[in-house]
Design a protein around this ligand. Sequence first.
Ligand SMILES: Cc1cc2nc3c(=O)[nH]c(=O)nc-3n(C[C@H](O)[C@H](O)[C@H](O)COP(=O)(O)OP(=O)(O)OC[C@H]3O[C@@H](n4cnc5c(N)ncnc54)[C@H](O)[C@@H]3O)c2cc1C
Length: 275
Amino acid sequence: MAFVGAVGIEFAAEIKHNHPQLRTTLIHSRAKVLSSEPLLDLVKDRAKLILEEEGVEVILENRATIYPATNGKSLVKLADGTKILADAVLDTTKKGDSSARGILPAEFLDKNGELRTTRSLAFPAETPNVERHFAAGDVVAFDGIKRAGGAMVMGQIAANNLWVELLKEEREESGQMEEDKEIPQLAVIPDYPVVIGLAVGKQCLTYDGTAERWGEQLMKDYFQDDLGWQGSLKYLGLTDKVERTGEKEVNVAVAEVISDIDKSVVAEGVPVAAA
Ligand SMILES: Cc1cc2nc3c(=O)[nH]c(=O)nc-3n(C[C@H](O)[C@H](O)[C@H](O)COP(=O)(O)OP(=O)(O)OC[C@H]3O[C@@H](n4cnc5c(N)ncnc54)[C@H](O)[C@@H]3O)c2cc1C
């Protein structure tokens, strides 16, 4: 059993897909799955339909409370009085357990334990040596769906901005900040379009900001047969098993990186599998 959101959906479907004999139930207190994501209702409804096609039972508008039971099982009591004795319960509702808690000063974090940054991904202004501290990925507080693609774009921006700060410092130290020399600019995070690619058992559901698509072939196109593992390793250059044939990578234009003073630099695209 699992609860809520994209992670709950993917886990529930994955459990059912790999262990079809198990009764797998997804329980959510709201009227729709993915309720906290800024997605159209038609995408949420499609996600529920696919889950059910994959054999996952979906219980909506019913808050669950979990109690320990005998033999390592759990008793799940639903708000409507239903009781379910479960072999295992997976709670995917948790927010606010960011790994930044306990490492970074609490005043740098928002209520979810996520780091407050500027749009150039710099730490809060009160940070000592602030020009040397940039953040990237899920740890950054931002509105929108947290995705690997977004994390990779942020990584590019943070790396760019660290380089800019080092260059500025170097030029200042060497007295080379002449008027006619191009001054490097900090890049800022773009407004992300609301997009999602959900692996739901043997099917995939995508929404690219304009249209939803779903099905088994799409799953193969997006995630191959390993949930995109090899594709991600290849994109990140973390495997030596890649055959370099010289073909161009299939990229989607994920982001435009706009400098603080209105100069545009276009970030590299991120492969479809990572989006
Ligand atoms: C089940 C699931 C399915 C998902 N599916 C998709 C998907 O299909 N598409 C998509 O785009 N996104 C998906 N995501 C979201 C995506 O995984 C994240 O947005 C992305 O991994 C964020 O990258 P990151 O580098 O910021 O963080 P992470 O990938 O979480 O990496 C952070 C790393 O830091 C390490 N770490 C933490 N604390 C410390 C410490 N104190 N010291 C040293 N190391 C530390 C962690 O162990 C981890 O390896 C999914 C997430 C989950 C959980």
